[in-house]
Each structure stands twice: as structure tokens, then as C-alpha cells.
Design a protein around this ligand. Structure first.
Ligand code: ATP
Ligand code: MG
Length: 397
């Protein structure tokens, strides 16, 4: 019996004239994600992507798991495929789902005919396949309202597909269809979620991390690398830029009023991130900031941060509660790594009482008193370390 994965396209089906571009991108993402698992044929028709193994014994469960993380797909199902001849459909349904049917009591058959030439109408298919399966499993009953198993039969152009319930996909739009951005990745809970949210809207992204050794440890860097790798299951391969941030950070500590330290540091980080982004032709920055979560994320502080440089700063977590961010972080699989206890550079040198309502005037005055900062920032941006992140990398953390 041949098994296939059917992946159903989401929002991109609304894309009108651009749709083929979205489809091509989606197929590319899927091929790329399955590359080291074996040979698959990936093709699209009628809002569905067909992912067909071309070798025996490929790990279809792992393939489905990977496809469920590709943005652009709302639902997917593993399905048996066969000729459209009705007897063959019955035999295939039994061979594919018989084992499952033995373990349950109620079921229902749903049919969908994309091939309108097919001689049987959907209700006939449901009734007759239902009757066939009942004859094989007399303990079963049909329950159309709350069946334990809903069996779908899809009659499509090139064949029939039989499967159980569809499982959720990652939704959104294929990565790379909405531009390119640079995500500021700390080791915390929020910034991986921010990256995921924006990749889901189709942004291709890379990450930048600020490290201040010896105040921050090599383990902190490894942790961020682990997060970038976990995210790569959604974003695809990318680069993690690690900025040697110790000197600018010490300079700010030593030359500015300590109540303004955090906002001054965040402006400095964004300026460096913008330099790296422009060099790599990335069009926006992403952060995990959430309004009023901490002193540096009050409205007044964000106004000051935004004025530091001119690339757009995307903040998808801005209106989320912490518990919503945590729930997302668990769902995407970064939470456990995020809560590992390694110091982030944002938490060193922070004053006990940072100003929650800094004004841009006082911030700019403080920066005027730090004439050496620009040069240190420039040097930090130039000496950035580039770490390639590959989906299949071994976890080292
Ligand atoms: P997170 O959970 O993402 O660490 P947070 O609530 O701890 O966020 P902050 O430490 O104020 O908040 O950081 C706000 C945002 O700034 C982060 O979400 C992240 O985008 C960015 N950021 C903070 N520290 C770093 C860092 N060391 N390297 C890169 N980006 C950082
Ligand atoms: Mg943080």
C-alpha cells in the first residue's frame, strides 16, 4: 500500500496572482525539510501539497512531524493512496485503517470529490464504504455526530486518498515570502517566541545575540545557539550573529547615569543590530519586547529605543501577557531551553531602580556625554561572530 502526506495550504490560497510564488516557496521549504530523510516528490494541486515518498520504508511519521512545522500549511494528514476504482478503495481502507477500527466502537465515513466526473456521489461513497467496513468489523457502529474515528475519502484527479482526522499544521505563510529580518535573540522566553511569530508571517530571519564575556558565560552562548537550532525547524537554516558586546556595555556603565543604563544599552544594541542587518540586506529588526513587562519596555522606554535607529522594529509579543508567551513557547518547543539559568547581558550592570519614564532629551544628553560609544559599537558590529545554524545539527547544549 502506498502512503502519502497531504498538506493543506492555509491563508496563501487567498493570494490571487501571486499564489504560484507562494506555492513554489512552500514546496521548496518542504523539500528542504525532508532532504536528509529520503527521496520525496512534492507537488501542489487544488490547495493541497502532495508529499509522496519515492523510496521504500521512509520514516513517514518523522516526515509528517517535520511538515507540521512548515509555515503555510494549516492541516495535514498521512493518507493511503490508491486507484479510484471503488473496490480498491474499500480494500485499501480496510488495509490502512482496519487495525485502528478493531480498537474502537464508533466511526463515520466522510467523502470529498474533487474529481466531479467520478461516477459515485459523496453520500453514496460514505454509505457504501461504511457498509463494507461494518461487514468487516461487526462490533462497530456508525455515529455521525461523535465518532471515535472519522475516515476521510478524497477522490482527486489522480487517485483516491484515505485517511483519518487531519492534524494541525503550523499555519501562516511560507518562510521567505514576506521579506527578511534580524531577530534579537536573548536566552529568554520571549525572543524565540517573537522569532516564531514573525517567521510564521513569512519572514525569513537570522538571529543576533549580544554576549558580554566574562560577565556572560560560554554556556549562555551555547544556550542561544540551541534555541536558534530549535527554531530552525520552523525558520530553516540561518545564521546566528554573536556580538562581542563587553566593551560598549562597560563604557555605558562607566559613563552614563545608572538610572538610564538599561535604555541606553538597548539603544546601543539596536544600533549595532541595525548595522549588521543593513550589511546583510535584512529589512527589519525583531525583539521579544512586551509592553510594560519590565522597566525597559514601558511606553516611554520604547519611544526612546525606537528613536535609536531607523529600521522598523517588529515586536509581535508587544500585546501578549506573559502566560500567553509561555504557552506559545511550550507549544513551539523552546520553553525548556529558555528556562535554563544562564546570565543574559541584559541582566548585568542593571541599576536597582531604572527610570521607567525616560525622556528622549535626557537620553540624548546622556549619549552626548559618551563620545567614544559610536566607535565601540562600530567595532562590535564589525567583529561579530557568524555561527551557521543547520536544522540537523547535533544538540551540544
Ligand atoms: P526575553 O525573554 O526574550 O529574554 P525579556 O523579557 O528578558 O525577553 P529583555 O531582557 O528586556 O526582556 O529584552 C527584551 C528583548 O531584547 C528580548 O526579547 C530580545 O529580543 C532582546 N534582547 C535582550 N537581551 C538580548 C541579548 N543578549 N542578545 C540579543 N537580544 C537581546
Ligand atoms: Mg531577556
Amino acid at each position: 500500500m502506498k502512503e502519502i502526506i497531504l498538506a493543506y495550504q492555509g491563508e496563501m490560497t487567498l493570494k490571487g496572482l501571486n499564489r504560484s510564488k507562494f506555492e513554489a516557496r512552500l514546496a521548496k521549504s518542504i523539500r528542504y525539510r525532508l532532504e536528509n530523510l529520503g527521496k520525496f516528490k512534492v507537488s501542489s494541486s487544488q490547495s493541497t501539497v502532495y508529499i509522496q515518498p519515492l523510496e521504500e520504508d521512509l520514516d513517514m511519521e518523522e516526515a509528517a512531524r517535520r511538515v507540521s512545522k512548515v509555515f503555510g500549511i494549516v492541516k495535514l494528514s498521512r493518507a493511503a493512496c490508491c486507484d479510484k476504482d471503488f473496490d480498491t478503495i474499500c480494500q485499501t481502507a480496510e488495509a490502512y485503517l482496519g487495525q485502528t477500527l478493531r480498537g474502537i466502537r464508533t466511526f463515520k465515513v466522510e467523502a470529498k470529490r474533487a474529481d466531479k466526473q467520478y461516477p459515485m456521489k459523496s453520500p453514496d461513497i460514505c454509505r457504501e464504504l461504511g457498509a463494507f467496513l461494518l461487514s468487516k468489523h461487526p462490533h462497530l457502529r456508525v455515529n455521525v455526530h461523535e465518532p471515535e474515528l472519522e475516515i476521510m475519502v478524497e477522490i482527486r484527479e489522480h487517485g483516491a486518498y484515505i485517511h483519518g482526522p487531519k492534524t494541525p499544521g503550523a499555519g501562516g505563510l511560507p518562510v521567505g515570502t514576506s521579506g527578511r529580518a534580524l531577530n534579537l535573540l536573548s536566552g529568554g522566553i520571549d525572543s524565540p517566541v517573537a522569532a516564531w511569530c514573525m517567521a510564521r508571517r513569512g519572514l525569513a530571519l537570522h538571529h543576533i545575540h549580544f554576549a558580554s564575556p566574562p560577565y556572560t558565560s560560554p554556556r549562555a552562548k551555547l544556550k542561544v545557539r540551541a534555541l536558534a537550532r530549535e527554531l530552525s525547524e520552523y525558520t530553516g537554516n540561518c545564521t546566528l550573529f554573536v556580538v562581542p558586546y563587553t566593551k560598549p556595555q562597560e563604557y555605558i556603565r562607566d559613563n552614563a547615569p545608572d538610572v538610564l543604563f538599561t535604555v541606553l544599552m538597548r539603544r546601543s544594541m539596536l544600533r549595532i543590530a541595525a548595522m549588521v542587518a543593513r550589511k546583510c540586506e535584512l529589512e527589519a529588526l525583531i525583539t521579544g519586547e512586551s509592553l510594560a513587562q519590565v522597566a525597559s519596555q514601558t511606553m516611554a522606554a520604547l519611544v526612546c529605543t525606537d528613536a535609536a535607529q531607523s529600521l522598523p522594529v517588529l515586536r509581535p509579543c508587544i500585546g501578549m501577557d506573559k502566560n500567553e508567551i509561555v504557552a506559545l513557547s511550550r507549544r513551539i518547543g523552546t520553553f525548556e531551553t529558555s528556562i535554563e539559568p544562564y546570565e543574559d547581558c541584559c541582566t548585568i550592570f542593571t541599576p536597582p531602580h531604572p527610570k521607567t519614564r525616560p525622556s528622549l532629551d535626557e537620553i540624548e544628553a546622556a549619549e552626548a556625554g559618551m563620545p567614544g560609544l559610536a566607535e565601540l559599537e562600530q567595532a562590535a558590529a564589525e567583529n561579530v561572530e557568524r555561527i551557521p545554524i543547520h536544522i540537523g545539527d547535533d544538540p551540544e547544549f
